[in-house]
Ligand binder design. Sequence first.
Ligand SMILES: *Cc1c(COP(=O)(O)O)cnc(C)c1O
Length: 388
Amino acid sequence: MTAMIPYGRQNISEADIQSVVDVLRSDFLTQGPAVPAFEKSVAEYCGVEYAVAVNSATSALHIACLALGVGSGDSVWTSPITFVASANCALYCGAQIDFVDIDPRTYNLSVEKLAEKLAQAAKYGNLPKVVIPVHLCGQPCDMQGIHALGKRYGFKIIEDASHAIGGKYRGEPIGNCRYSDITIFSFHPVKIITTAEGGMALSKDAKLAKRMQLLRSHGITRDVNEMSHAPDGPWYYQQIDLGYNYRMTDLQAALGLSQMQRLDEFVARRHAIAQRYDLLLAGLPLIAPWQHADSYSGMHLYVIRLKLGEIVSSHRLVFEALRAAGIGVNLHYIPVHRQPYYEGLGFKAGYCPEGEKYYAEAISLPMYPGLTEEQQGRVVNALAEAIR
Ligand SMILES: *Cc1c(COP(=O)(O)O)cnc(C)c1O
């Protein structure tokens, strides 16, 4: 019995291992030099001024919302086809959440639907404070369009780029925040680069960055200029806001810094795998990922959609047959508004029809740099078998 081929997995080199061991032998396991070095590396790569490393993308989303002033009485909008964290962050702040249905080609939040929903909301005086576009599978959203609507209706933008580090939008690195206030990345092991657990929030705005630095570490400052009065002595610090312990460790940051050296290689390899899938799957009754001309995807996921009208089997049976054949397929994602917790907030089936249709057809095939041609061949054969 050969092992299950996972849908995603980390790629760890001897250099990565050595970099973590070096930190273990050093003076600082946390709050040392590795965290700022990793932040600098990502900021320079993305061409953005500030980067704030934290212990997860979920934490990054939370402090990004707080930094933008999201609180009770506010509304935050995101896509229904995302991980729950993209929506939960609004609820952590006591705000309302709402969903904008997806574009049927990119599966990202639809800018047309966003424009319609904003026009409605403007009439009723319940415009969102923040919109969180999610770059699903690594493909950037129509950020120019969303940014223009942000200017018109006065909302802020957080890009959830958990899938998208190493990707580009209109030829520029995702993370440069040209069309947003804050961009967040995830470094969970299935994502493009990893720190085991970890995330980062990027911004061009010094004030936002400073606020997020404060919030990731209890709201405590050692900066005299931020204190209400002169320090009592050399030991002194002040808590000036209610923050959290969302810090990244130096062990994690060292791993991330080492992984950054291979980021472009990882994304190029993912694209090569995607192109080979495109070729091998041509002719099967399914829709392969469509890429917008503005996009160079981070290619976190390779999602196919079954043409259910052209096959005898069902979505569920195809999925189960693949798992039985040792292919660790997955489904990204269950529409967030269909989760029981969200249904408890009043969301119902049919609220985002495009997203729900996508959920009924989508399957994520294995996609990671270490996937061999032989393994990819097994995935394609098992899929062809399952839908025959
Ligand atoms: C993985 C993911 C997150 C959460 O990332 P963590 O680092 O695990 O907290 C948020 N949003 C999206 C779209 C993700 O894929």
